[in-house]
Design a protein around this ligand. Structure first.
Ligand code: TTP
Ligand code: MG
Length: 353
């Protein structure tokens, strides 16, 4: 093998993840809340419906996590400061974050507002030096902290950034993969969510070290060929997935939870009509048309139903999409109380310009 091929086969990936992102931005705007338990979510009123978007590290000590109902968070920590989500502001700060990252490489795969992978294989400087610089620049220019992980692939870089949060910098070398990974819970692996964690637990597998002992065939039989193979490779710290600089969206969607469960069909229609306008704007901005319209309804007992219809031709017309919504609504039981309503447009096609 030539040297060039050998060196291009060994990659250097950085994963960067801002610490308590929304909460850190709010602390910066309100220095009086620094160090206090701070919870960002919904309208910022814990007596109202809504979930925690994020909690400061001081609030996490009380067991408060993203996705938890605000009311539960209030019960756990009534003295916490609750603030509403100011998405516009967080997007602005995120744009600043991306500009800094782009100074290091154009090979960036962003995951949401505060997280990204950078492929720095081609850089002449050492990865750890670059990671350090990146942290310094975020600190100096944004006044915020990030946790950075370095590894030979995305899987290990992401695990590394998570290992020393907040304000961490961690490198996982290929030689120490087994030592570092073995004691960690399987949920630290990319794409291993609650369901897989539970199924693995049923098999007596809790840590990555446990997973390492399971033969490939067993994993394939239990989890299917592709996912079984992935679990087998991931347990060994192996991940060949490239840093993908741009993802075409698969769909556009929006949903909302009503403050009070409702049977008011006019209200449901008004909300859906608002979603149509918003989604059409998103479709047009991206130059897309969609083919499939899906309405989602969650009833007060949390049972969730979807009804979908595909059009013969893709569209970005608000009228056509709203007509589909009106045709789908009678397929639901509209006598029951509704908690949440959502709309999704999928089957996207790029519009010929
Ligand atoms: P994360 O990076 O998962 O969380 P974080 O930055 O708040 O905390 P840390 O990385 O230090 O663990 O998510 C980034 C932002 O995305 C977070 O500040 C708020 C938002 N978010 C939600 O709105 N809902 C969620 O369920 C999660 C996980 C995040
Ligand atoms: Mg983060």
């Amino acid at each position: 093998m030539s040297e060039r091929v050998a060196s291009s086969a060994k990659r250097q990936i950085i994963h960067v993840d801002m610490d308590a992102f929304f909460a850190a931005i709010e602390e910066q705007r309100h220095p009086e809340y620094k160090g206090k338990p701070l919870i960002i979510g919904g309208s910022g009123d814990p007596s109202k419906r809504g979930v925690v978007s994020t909690a400061s590290y001081a609030a996490r000590k009380y067991g408060i996590k993203s996705g938890m109902p605000l009311r539960t968070a209030y019960k756990r920590c009534p003295q916490a400061v609750f603030l509403p989500v100011d998405f516009k502001k967080y997007c602005e700060v995120s744009a600043q974050f991306m500009i800094i990252l782009r100074d290091f490489t154009s090979l960036i795969e962003s995951w949401g507002l505060d997280e990204a992978f950078l492929d720095i294989t081609a850089a002449s400087r050492k990865a750890v030096k670059i990671a350090w610089d990146l942290k310094q620049r975020i600190r100096a220019e944004m006044g915020l902290t990030a946790s950075v992980g370095v590894g030979p692939n995305k899987l290990l870089a992401k695990i590394a950034s998570d290992l020393n949060k907040p304000n961490g910098l961690m490198v996982i070398e290929e030689t120490e993969v087994e030592k570092v990974l073995a004691p960690l819970p399987v949920s630290k692996l990319l794409w291993v969510g609650k369901k897989t964690t539970a199924r693995l637990r049923e098999m007596g597998i809790n840590t990555i070290g446990d997973l390492l002992k399971v033969p490939l065939d067993t994993l394939k039989a239990r989890f299917g060929k592709a996912y079984g193979q992935m679990l087998y490779s991931f347990a060994r710290g192996m991940d060949e997935s490239p840093v993908v600089t741009y993802h075409e969206p698969k769909s556009f969607g929006r949903e909302t939870t009503f403050q009070v469960d409702t049977c008011d069909l006019n209200l449901v229609k008004r909300v859906l009509s608002g979603f149509v306008k918003y989604l059409v704007k998103e479709l047009r901005e991206g130059g897309y048309r969609g083919k499939t319209v899906t309405v989602k309804i969650r009833y007060s007992n949390f049972s969730t139903h979807t009804r979908a219809h595909s059009l013969p031709e893709s569209t970005d017309s608000p009228q056509i999409i709203y007509d589909e919504v009106l045709a789908l609504l009678p397929k639901f039981d509209l006598t029951r109380k509704i908690r949440l309503v959502g709309l999704r447009v999928s089957g996207l096609e790029k519009k010929a310009r």
